[in-house]
Ligand binder design. Structure first.
Ligand SMILES: Nc1nc2c(c(=O)[nH]1)N[C@H]1C(S)=C(S)[C@@H](COP(=O)(O)OP(=O)(O)OC[C@H]3O[C@@H](n4cnc5c(=O)[nH]c(N)nc54)[C@H](O)[C@@H]3O)O[C@H]1N2
Ligand SMILES: Nc1nc2c(c(=O)[nH]1)N[C@H]1C(S)=C(S)[C@@H](COP(=O)(O)OP(=O)(O)OC[C@H]3O[C@@H](n4cnc5c(=O)[nH]c(N)nc54)[C@H](O)[C@@H]3O)O[C@H]1N2
Ligand SMILES: [Mo]
Length: 677
């Protein structure tokens, strides 16, 4: 920590633990005890000295107007965000007394902890927080808003086999980007794609809109949202039918191939073309290119999972490299999430596994959960690492729940979010630069240990610290619980057989690689971690769970009244809603010029986009790069970005994906009309 050195600047190493695959290593400039600039360092080899546009702005987040500097108790109506500053002692006394009171009156399950993407770190979540809520007997949260169906598919087919490392994309002859937009959501993959292209590699992008990389692709397949399943099955069918399947590989290393072939058989190119709205010839070109190319790398993202077919679609996409025999060479195979490359460092280790099970509430159904009053309902909601009013489907219902006078809500966050405006108690959280964090990438294969760079702004405190104190105040602490950062770090590393070596490497300021190495080759260094070590192309657990069985397609939910498909992808400024307080300009609804013309809507016109769930008022922006019939409002925006304070989640249904109870954010079907200016 630097202080008292006048205006002298010092550089301090850190690492970004925010929800992103890349896990940038950081070079933080500090002057007079404050962070003044943030850049990338080369400790994480893929970071290569640069970072995303979002985190470059982090000093404005730390020291901006929205930063919460003191705990507060609500002073005024819910939703207005008026708070009276109080001491930590008073705030935590109030919180612990309310939690205990509700628990003794209604039982622990009347308490719902609610957390998601604030941090990918090992110290700040799943530690003292888990201990507090498990021991209170609180309801458990199924953390499903993102990556639930894709993780379930990846687990069932491959046991989450570690994926291709970013640098190995440079060796591929074909790169397929499926439902992923690394230009904004994993920027350090992009230079390796460019390097491969320079060496003559082909690029295929599967995305309903022309992203920056789609513009540079050899083939851009633009499926209607939610139709990746027929697309992938048609490619699988073609590969089998043309005798291009790697029968030898399937025989030796896979199960379920025959049944997959049988289920794909109905998806002729023509049928898939009708459903996906992609020309049959393009689907065939892709299938042929994929069969012909080696090494062929598949980067599968999350765009394809956020709809009713998301689990089956992801499973079918992940099946492709097995069917076509793309493993066993550097630059060949697939990357989904690499988080379980670190399975030997168990972040969920604290002694909470033995607590009695309690009911599980799917976070995507928060609105419904809050609608139940009295016995069986939720009476205390503790939000941290999350901004549910902006990020969870069925926003109108969520808002109604948060507005309940009889709901006791705590929001623990560095800034006053839209959700925090509904809190009874707000607690100011330290940002990752103001506390210690150990974190891993889920794209980049690194583990990093970052000490606090500066002291927290105002009275902000870290998650681990505050939940540790709440454990003590509620009587949930037990002797021997690891509590301090050092105790938590030691407990974490002790959970790994490589703990001592990892500790030494981290202490030297390095970013060690997982057990399989920094650049594992699939089926050479990294293998499926299924029960028998094989690829399960028709895993029983998914077959049981998916309605109608795995790979059963459910048609588009559009109606005559609501014919347009609304997607809400990431932009380079907003992915999750973190830092959204810094972007105050109005956000437009993007639509294809033909769809706009059909409705008499001009570029920049005020519009209303609506369905049976809600409406958003904003301006129109014509985007010819969007597929016709598809409209777009980015994810992660805040109430201040639209004219009426609602966002895309107000139009997103709280229906669930076929597998794992994921969010169907892109199943929103809407109509758009001109609105009075
Ligand atoms: N710097 C930074 N990076 C981040 C994050 C961050 O906050 N900051 N957040 C991270 C998080 S939480 C996530 S989940 C990832 C998301 O990373 P991505 O998956 O890359 O992001 P999305 O924008 O959700 O979806 C990717 C693409 O899918 C397309 N898409 C939408 N619907 C469909 C469909 O039905 N089929 C297909 N094939 N494509 C579709 C969208 O147009 C979009 O271009 O990014 C992570 N990366
Ligand atoms: N319409 C639509 N909505 C979407 C999506 C979509 O595709 N469409 N995608 C979704 C996706 S991919 C995701 S991952 C979710 C993300 O949704 P959320 O999990 O709600 O993520 P954020 O909006 O970033 O909220 C994280 C909050 O944690 C806070 N925070 C950061 N660090 C700390 C910390 O150390 N301690 C505490 N206590 N708080 C901290 C941040 O300030 C921020 O307010 O949104 C989903 N929402
Ligand atoms: Mo996400």
């Amino acid at each position: 920590m630097s202080s008292g050195a006048g205006a002298t600047e010092t550089h301090v190493a850190s690492a970004c633990p925010l929800d992103c695959p890349d896990a940038c290593s950081l070079d933080v400039t500090v002057a007079e005890g404050r962070v003044v600039a943030i850049g990338g360092s080369r400790v994480n080899p893929v970071t290569h000295g640069y970072i995303c546009a979002k985190v470059r702005e982090f000093p404005r987040h730390m020291y901006g107007e929205a930063r919460m500097l003191q705990p507060g108790l609500r002073d005024g109506p819910k939703g207005e965000g008026g708070f009276r500053a109080v001491s930590w002692d008073e705030a935590l006394a109030r919180v612990s007394q309310k939690l205990l009171e509700i628990r003794s009156r209604r039982g622990g399950e009347a308490i719902l902890p609610f957390s998601y993407g604030g941090s990918n770190g090992y110290l700040s979540q799943g530690t003292t927080d888990a201990r507090l809520f498990r021991r209170l007997g609180a309801s458990r949260l199924a953390r499903t808003v993102c990556a639930a169906p894709s993780a379930a598919a990846n687990a069932a087919l491959y046991g989450k086999m570690t994926g291709i490392a970013y640098p190995d994309y440079a060796d591929a002859r074909l790169i397929v980007l499926w439902g992923v937009n690394p230009s904004v959501s994993g920027i350090h993959l992009v230079p390796y794609i460019q390097e491969a292209q320079k060496k003559g590699a082909r690029l295929v992008v599967v995305d309903p809109r022309r992203t920056r990389l789609a513009e540079r692709a050899d083939l851009h397949l633009a499926p209607h949202p939610g139709t990746d399943l027929p697309l992938a099955l048609a490619v699988i069918r073609w590969i089998f039918a043309e005798g291009r399947a790697d029968r030898e590989f399937l025989e030796a290393h896979a199960t379920g191939a025959e049944e997959l072939e049988r289920r794909a058989a109905r998806w002729t190119l023509e049928r898939a073309a009708a459903e996906t709205r992609i020309p049959a010839a393009d689907i065939e070109s892709f299938a042929r290119l994929y069969a012909d190319s080696s090494p062929a790398a598949m980067r599968c993202g999350w765009g394809q999972e956020r709809n009713r077919n998301g689990g089956s679609a992801t499973a079918a996409i992940l099946a492709l490299p097995a069917v076509a025999g793309k493993f066993g060479v550097r630059g060949g195979g697939l990357t989904m999430s690499n988080s379980s490359a670190w399975r030997d460092v168990d972040g969920e280790a604290p002694a909470v596994a033995d607590e009695a099970p309690t009911r599980v509430i799917n976070m995507n159904l928060l609105g419904d959960a809050l609608a139940v009053r009295g016995p069986g309902g939720i009476e205390a909601l503790f939000v941290y690492d999350c901004n549910p009013l902006m990020t969870i489907p069925a926003q109108v219902k969520v808002r109604a729940g948060l507005a309940r006078e009889d709901l006791f809500t705590v929001v623990f966050d560095p800034v006053l979010t839209d959700t925090a405006r509904y809190a009874d108690v707000v607690l100011p959280a330290a940002t990752f630069l103001e506390r210690r964090e150990i974190s891993r990438g889920y794209g980049a294969l690194v583990l990093q240990d970052a000490r606090a760079v500066v002291a927290p702004a105002g009275e902000a405190r870290s998650n681990q610290d505050v939940f540790g104190e709440l454990c003590r105040r509620t009587g949930m602490a037990r002797p021997g619980d690891p509590e301090s950062d050092e105790e938590l770090a030691s407990a974490l590393l002790a959970s790994s057989p490589r703990g001592a070596a990892l500790r030494e490497s981290l202490d030297r300021g390095e970013a060690p690689a997982p057990a399989e190495g920094a650049r594992p080759v699939q089926f050479v260094d990294a293998f499926p971690r299924t029960s028998d070590g094989k690829v399960h192309l028709l895993p029983e657990e998914l077959e049981r769970e998916a309605p109608g069985g795995l790979y059963a397609y459910r048609p588009d939910p559009a109606t005559a009244q609501f014919p347009l498909a609304l997607i809400s992808p990431a932009t380079d400024r907003t992915i999750s809603s973190t830092l959204g307080e810094l972007h105050r300009s109005p956000v437009p609804l993007e639509l294809h010029p033909d769809d706009a013309a059909a409705r008499g809507i001009a570029d920049g016109a005020p519009i209303r986009v609506y369905n049976g769930l809600g409406e958003v008022r904003c301006r129109a922006r014509l985007n010819p790069g969007l597929k016709g019939g598809v409209v777009l409002l980015p994810k992660g925006i805040w109430a201040h970005n639209t004219d009426n304070g609602t966002t895309a989640t107000a139009l997103a249904p709280d229906t669930l994906t076929d597998i794992a109870g994921g969010a169907c954010l892109n199943d929103a079907r809407v109509e758009v009309e001109r609105a009075p200016a």
